[in-house]
Design a protein around this ligand. Structure first.
Ligand SMILES: *Cc1c(COP(=O)(O)O)cnc(C)c1O
Length: 414
């Protein structure tokens, strides 16, 4: 539902912070020790560090690594990819245990997922994605097509929205092996209709690989309920797991006995210490692994997930919606008169965790905003992304940021 509100005042916004059931989480991040920062609005690119992660990292390095040394692999490190994956699956992704593993980067997981999905649809010759998908996704789809002699069918979505069911219906058919899309657009924050798109692809006999980078930890995902086949995503954005923290890889239970992935390393083998002459895949999701998992990185994922579990994803989504709604309201009021226009869906149910405002001079404006302490990011060609992390962003912080943005933009453009 999109609420229409009277123009809100600074006091209204202070009240939003007072009444925010998640307000206490803001103190659980390390402080930003830079007095020039007015607001951090880029948690959708790199979430801030939870204090608990620093404590847990210290304990890991001193006790588990320093004292436990190699023995710690047997004392909990080896099964971390599944253990943390299961937790992530149940807290954020609507996936029952045994279907999610933490590994690699999103790029590598997506490559593995695409190859695995294509291999399950032999004889089919087409891959479907969209021209506005994240670069790594587009490059991988083109690369896999070239590698396997397949054709890519490109959907061209409205950049202020994203791929619709109607657009998919025009390209999907009996030649389609795999459809791969982002659940939430990195550009506009548009939320694709996961249930309807998956159903349509399945009706054509195709499989779907979802990229959940901009949903995981902010928009509740229902992988089991929607029938999604494969999914991958980042943990360093709304999951606050830290720069370069490992990604996650989901394989629907029904595909697990048959799927194979191309990076068949020893960590995905049935018995990793058998040192067998030939690769034999592990039962279940573990065969999605390739090499030694990053324990340091998984610790960050674990802390991020536990914080979200405590907050509750429904409350996170409710605050996210309230924050993006306020960002739109203030942008309309203060930035639209300067020529900056909202380029994200106005309907709450179609909008993920950020708001993009567009202007032909967006690159220059973003640079000036960052210099003025409003940390946003620029996405070519004309988007300024306002990323809102429900656990670490406050309503008054957002108000100050847009107020400051108006001063900066009017100085530049006025
Ligand atoms: C952030 C992001 C990625 C990043 O992939 P990495 O392998 O972690 O660099 C991929 N896809 C989407 C949609 C993203 O938003």
């Amino acid at each position: 539902m999109t609420e229409t509100t009277e123009a809100r005042t600074r006091d209204d916004v202070r009240r939003l912070d007072r009444e925010d059931p998640l307000a206490g989480f803001r103190e659980r991040f390390l402080p930003i020790e830079d007095a020039r920062v007015v607001a951090y609005l880029d948690g959708n690119s790199l979430g801030r560090p939870p204090s608990a992660t620093l404590r847990r990292m210290h304990e890991l390095v001193t006790r588990e690594w320093g004292t436990g040394m190699i023995r710690s692999w047997e004392r909990g490190w080896l099964d971390m990819p599944e253990r943390v994956g299961d937790r992530l699956g149940s807290v954020c992704l609507g996936a029952a245990p045994g279907q999610v593993i933490v590994a690699d980067s999103t790029t590598v997981c997506l490559y593995k997922a695409l190859r695995a999905a294509v291999a399950l649809r032999p004889g089919r010759t087409e891959l479907v994605t969209d021209t506005d998908n994240f670069p790594t996704d587009r490059y991988l789809v083109a690369g896999v097509a070239e590698e396997l002699g397949l054709t890519v069918r490109w959907i061209e979505p409205d950049p202020r929205l994203g791929v619709t069911v109607e657009q998919l219906a025009e390209v999907v058919g009996e030649a389609t092996a795999v459809v791969t899309l982002s659940h939430v657009s990195y550009r506009s924050a548009y939320i694709a209709d996961m249930a309807a798109i998956t159903e349509l692809a399945h009706a054509a006999g195709a499989l779907v690989v979802w990229d959940l980078c901009h949903s995981a930890g902010v928009v509740p995902v229902r992988l089991d309920a929607t029938g999604a086949d494969f999914a991958v995503g980042c943990t360093y954005k709304f999951l606050n797991a830290g720069p370069g923290a490992p990604a996650f890889f989901h394989v629907r239970a029904e595909h697990q006995r048959r799927f194979s992935q191309p990076v068949s390393g020893w960590m995905g083998a049935r018995d990793i210490f058998a040192m067998a002459p030939r690769f034999e895949p592990a039962e279940g999701i573990r065969r999605a692994l390739s090499g030694t998992p990053s324990v340091l990185g998984m610790v960050g994922v674990e802390q991020g997930v536990e914080m979200l579990a405590e907050a509750g994803l429904d409350r996170v989504r409710a605050k996210s919606t309230a924050l993006t709604r306020l960002a739109i309201e203030l942008s309309d009021r203060w930035l639209a008169p300067l020529g900056l226009s909202v380029a994200s869906p106005r309907e709450d149910e179609l909008r993920g965790g950020h708001v993009t405002v567009a202007h032909p001079r967006a690159a220059e404006i973003s640079g000036a905003l960052i210099d003025a302490g409003v940390i946003v990011d620029f996405r070519t060609p004309d988007g300024i992304r306002i990323g809102l992390s429900p656990l670490s962003t406050g309503f008054a912080e957002l108000w100050r940021a847009i107020e400051r943005s108006r001063e900066v933009a009017s100085g530049l453009l006025g």
